[in-house]
Design a protein around this ligand. Sequence first.
Ligand code: NAD
Length: 294
Amino acid sequence: MQSLTIGFIGLGNMGAPMAANLAKAGHKVRGFDVAGTTAAGVEVAPDIAGAAKGADVVITMLPNGSILRQVAAQAIEHMAKGSLFIDCSTVDVESARNTSEAAEKAGVLAVDAPVSGGIGGASAGTLTFMAGGSEAAFAKAAPLFDIMGQKAVHCGDAGAGQAAKICNNMILGVTMIATCEAFALADKLGLDRQKMFDVVSTSSGYSWSMNAYCPAPGVGPNAPSDNDYKPGFAAELMLKDLGLSQQAAEMADADTPMGELARALYAQFVENEDGKGMDFSAMLPRFEKRGREG
Ligand code: NAD
């Protein structure tokens, strides 16, 4: 593929390794982060305009939707017609659609492309991208997704990538809680954890939370539970995504009682208990300590 000039804005835990992988693949990457962070092989731009001007593609990897809206407005102002804006952050569906509209008005193609795979996937170039936008925009972004990831699914129009991400993570949050509370119940019933895993992982209660990311230490494949619940995927990031799914459910008038309960439990865990900085599977030791009255 021809070498592109890429502006990369937001060089945090995820953005820095993603930008480094693009540079390693031979693209000219100009990065900018308000915190002054950099990435291997990436030239530092003085500001957003410096990263965006003359870029074939601008990629953002930012904390939330309101920051995305501000950054996108500034970047798009400096982007040429026909260039491409890709947002890889996890944000609310409204902000994704708003950003896409702003880009379209300026003749810039846009894709919302949140990821799954975490920091490990970002470093290894094995992320999964869930993309929303036009066919033309997705086709132009696809070779870059191939560098930063192992799979990209075109989910539909603007916002569809974010919709897929928050629906997936709502299922993940709910099934992780269900798996953890079932382990805590099994403990109290005197059932051996390994036997519980052997049965459930091959029965109708199986899920990614049980089979691939078992919250019980020493049981199933290696997971954050085997490393003192160091993330992994931090409980506060799960809380963020569950908040976004409830925000979307309100906007779309969807009834999501399990998603709301999962959000409330992660909020309690992160804000009032010792969940902050722990992996999201640390719900198991939380349940372990409790009885029916808390
Ligand atoms: P992070 O906080 O490490 O990185 C965000 C970066 O954006 C920071 O370095 C910050 O300084 C920078 N930033 C903030 N405002 C800016 C501005 N106005 N201009 C330029 N830079 C600015 O977060 P992260 O873990 O890299 O996550 C980034 C996004 O990816 C989030 O939306 C998160 O939900 C999503 N995500 C994270 C993971 C994960 O495991 N960390 C997994 C999937 C998705």
